[in-house]
Design a protein around this ligand. Structure first.
Ligand SMILES: NC(=O)c1ccc[n+]([C@@H]2O[C@H](COP(=O)([O-])OP(=O)(O)OC[C@H]3O[C@@H](n4cnc5c(N)ncnc54)[C@H](O)[C@@H]3O)[C@@H](O)[C@H]2O)c1
Length: 299
């Protein structure tokens, strides 16, 4: 177990986290360090990478962490980051495909092709390239491995992000399943996390306080989502505790996707929501039974 580790469940493992310098990636790098892994954070933002390195060195993880420049959309850059990880820490057991941007937005009729392609380049080609190069190393090592792709609830519906972003994240969810099937014989697990809105720089864009309450109201869970919530789920999927879990997309969204669009409230068919309790027999001809909820029942 490495000094400062939480429980050592990733002791001896080496991980590469793309987009590791901010938000969910940054929390994941720290969490994997706490779990005992050696971690390389790859990021296109060199200044943020330098800050992360200083922060984790101050926290006592200097021997376990490294930062490398990386553009996940460029194959040569991804291959170089994987090689740098192996050179620095001797192996690669875990890849977290996390790097992301908001990407192209606006009406479909006005989006520029190059903005669309760039968005998919980062969000979908990126995870493919990560898989391609990391899996080559994992297969050669012959000891299995794990990949966690950071998708989004936006990959499941049409209302959670711009079109290119949602299309890319839907692609990541299915890439996760396809890769899991292909790589299972090599004992390489591939899973995804699908965060709901999380308070990171990508979302608050410098207005952290203003966004905090708005985010908290979005899902059934009373508090807003934090990068650490997602990092905890990634750390679980990356670890041996998820040894028989592969090809899954795990929502980390405070119940947002479970709640759905709340149509019952919109068309007022949920009498329970307006202080009543009983049973609705529909159009069977049987009378419905209704009574007022007692005060103690109310939330
Ligand atoms: N924040 C949310 O609400 C939310 C919700 C669902 C999914 N996600 C996903 O989580 C992931 C992380 O997002 P975040 O909210 O932490 O954002 P963030 O902006 O805080 O961090 C993203 C990091 O990725 C890096 N990056 C961007 N493009 C890159 C590239 N081409 N190559 C390498 N690094 C690159 C950035 O420099 C940054 O450090 C993204 O894939 C995002 O789509 C976020």
């Amino acid at each position: 177990m490495v000094a400062g580790s939480r429980d050592g469940r990733m002791a001896g493992a080496v991980a590469l986290v793309t987009g590791g310098a901010s938000g969910i990636g940054r929390a994941t790098v720290r969490r994997l360090c706490e779990d005992g892994a050696a971690v390389v954070a790859g990021d296109i933002n060199a200044a943020a990478g330098a800050v992360l390195l200083e922060e984790l060195t101050d926290a006592g993880f200097g021997q376990q962490v490294a930062v490398t420049g990386l553009d996940v959309a460029a194959e040569g850059s991804v291959a170089a980051a994987v090689a740098a990880t192996v050179e620095r820490f001797g192996r690669l057991d875990c890849l977290v495909n996390n790097a992301g941007i908001g990407g192209a937005f606006g009406p479909l009729t006005e989006i520029e092709v190059e903005d669309w392609d760039h968005t998919l380049g980062v969000l979908l080609r990126g995870p493919f390239l990560g898989l391609k190069h990391a899996v080559r190393v994992m297969r050669a090592q012959g000891t299995g491995g794990s990949v966690v792709n950071v998708a989004s609830v936006a990959g499941w519906s049409g209302g959670d992000g711009p079109q290119a972003y949602s299309a890319a994240k839907a692609g990541v969810i299915n890439l996760t399943r396809s890769a899991a099937v292909e790589l299972a014989p090599h004992r390489i697990r591939v899973n995804a996390v699908c965060p709901g809105p999380i308070l990171t720089p990508l979302v608050h864009r410098g207005r952290e306080d203003a966004m905090r309450d708005r985010l908290a109201r979005l899902q059934p869970w009373p508090e807003h989502g934090r990068p650490e919530h997602v990092a905890d789920a990634i750390a679980f999927l990356a670890s041996g505790e998820a040894a028989f879990v592969t090809g899954q997309a795990l929502a980390v969204d405070g119940g947002l996707s479970a709640a759905g669009p709340n149509t019952a409230a919109a068309i007022e068919t949920n009498a329970g929501g307006i202080g009543l309790v009983g049973v609705n027999h529909g159009t069977t001809g049987r009378a419905s039974l209704v009574r007022r909820r007692v005060e103690e029942d109310r939330p």
